[in-house]
Design a protein around this ligand. Structure first.
Ligand code: PMP
Length: 454
């Protein structure tokens, strides 16, 4: 049993990320104690299927002894090496090479960070440096997408387009602009893929013109699937069309694959499936499967080369104490091996079952939309399917849906918009997926019976 003192200590001292501090003080912490495969156990012994892989990151699933062994071996041998002063470690070098080999096109140069936010932050710094090097410092405006998420550093939160990350924080910054999302279910252009792509292209053109023309725009940021905005899957061809339009304008295209990378949508990188090669790609989460922190920025040949040439014999002033951490790199190498010897293939199979299972809930009175790709999915809850009336919920009732699912032995993401998000580990068995679907159905029935939706 969990001692009360742990709850009290948490309440008194631990600040939780993206949480209502006062709400949390009232409800108290749910302590997780152990995990194996796709199942986590809380401190009271309650077992749950983790339908969200932690925070869409434990792609490999829990309890891999070989990952633990890789980390401990590296800790014993060399727990730390800086990348400053031209120093390095074998796992970091090998990891960069393995990733470059698998990344789309000429994304051959890898800069390691501690997670996704600082990967995005670093990418912005590289882009600014790049345009200075190109003699176009006036290209200092950045465009991203409504409902997008690019981290919670000051710069990343400004590229993010979710109000929780803006209100009270002094972002977005003046050089950060947004265009509407493709959000197929609620797109004013209708459901037709080509119409949505045309609308997004027109919105990009208009935004660029409003900013003062392409010669003012440094980069465009897109997630292959918008994650934190509610798992918004663009129509087929959307990424390709946006990438081509940016190329025509000479604007750098950044694919933020922090969620979609490492098998989440099927292949190692969603960009491969979208048949695009971005100029820059950011990753994190599945890179180490959450066992230790790590992220990365991939730079294409021309971006890297331009920066390197411009700096000449001077240092490029971008770095962290823990850039290319050898323990994280050793973990990532082992995680990559596990993906390739079976987890990616299992994820594709399990993803198809997940999608079919969620589709089978389509007739439930609360389910307005089911969407996803691979092991990344969502259902959007509505009170009136014809009118697509959003569930009359805000943060607190979303929490009640989360708690109901929890009680039913399932961890999902309950967004305040009434969207339930799914990103289970790629190791899920058929029975794990069945449990996710059954427990979701039960949670929906209980939600329907609750005053939340009336
Ligand atoms: N970009 C995207 C697309 C993300 O989903 C996230 C995290 N959910 C980030 C960046 C930030 O990553 P982190 O939380 O590791 O800083």
């Amino acid at each position: 049993m969990l001692s009360n003192s742990l709850i009290e200590l948490d309440r008194a001292h631990l600040i939780h990320p993206v949480t209502s501090y006062r709400g949390h003080e009232a409800t108290g912490v749910k302590v997780l104690r152990s995990a194996e495969g796709a199942t986590v156990t809380d401190a009271s012994g309650h077992q749950l299927v983790d339908g969200f892989a932690g925070l869409w990151c434990v792609n490999a699933g829990y309890g891999h002894e070989s990952i633990v062994a890789a980390a401990s071996r590296q800790m014993r041998e060399l727990p730390y090496a800086t990348g400053y002063f031209s120093l390095g470690s074998e796992p970091a070098i090998r990891l960069a090479a393995e990733l470059a080999q698998r990344a789309p096109g000429d994304l051959d140069h890898v800069y390691f960070t501690l997670g996704g936010s600082d990967a995005v932050d670093s990418s912005v710094r590289f882009i600014r440096y790049y345009w200075h090097a190109r003699g176009e410092p006036q290209r200092d405006q950045f465009i991203s997408i409504e409902q997008g998420y690019h981290g919670s550093s000051t710069v990343g939160a400004g590229l993010t387009a979710l109000s929780t990350f803006h209100a009270g924080f002094g972002v977005p910054l003046s050089w950060q602009h947004k265009i509407p999302s493709h959000y197929v279910y609620r797109n004013p252009a209708g459901h037709d893929g080509n119409a949505i792509i045309a609308a997004s292209l027109a919105a990009l053109d208009a935004k660029i013109a409003e900013i003062g023309g392409p010669q003012r725009v440094a980069a465009f940021y897109a997630e292959p699937i918008q994650g934190s905005g509610g798992v918004l899957v663009p129509p087929k061809g959307w990424m390709k069309a946006m990438r081509a339009r940016c190329q025509a304008y000479g604007i750098l295209f950044v694919a933020d694959e922090v969620i979609t990378g490492f098998g989440r949508t099927g292949p190692l990188f969603a960009c491969s499936e979208d048949e695009i090669v971005p100029d820059i790609m950011t990753v994190a989460k599945g890179l180490t499967s959450g066992y230790v922190p790590m992220g990365a920025v991939f730079l294409s040949d021309h971006v890297y080369g331009t920066i390197a040439d411009a700096a000449g014999s001077s240092a490029v002033g971008q770095g962290y104490t823990y850039s290319a951490h050898p323990v994280s790199a050793a973990v990532a190498l082992e995680v990559l091996r596990l993906y390739e010897i079976g987890l990616l293939a299992n994820g594709v199979k399990a993803g198809a079952r997940l999608m079919a299972g969620l589709q089978s809930l389509k007739d439930h009175p609360l389910v307005g939309d089911v969407r996803g790709r691979g092991m990344l999915a969502a259902i959007e809850l509505v009170t009136d399917k014809k009118q697509k009336t959003p569930l009359p919920i805000a943060a607190e009732p979303a929490r009640r849906i989360f708690d109901r699912a929890w009680k039913n032995g399932l961890i999902i993401r309950a967004f305040p918009t009434g969207v339930l998000g799914y990103a289970p580990p790629l190791c899920c068995s058929d029975s794990d997926i069945e449990a996710i679907i059954e427990r979701t159905a039960k949670t929906l029935d209980e939600t329907l019976a609750d005053a939340d939706v009336r």
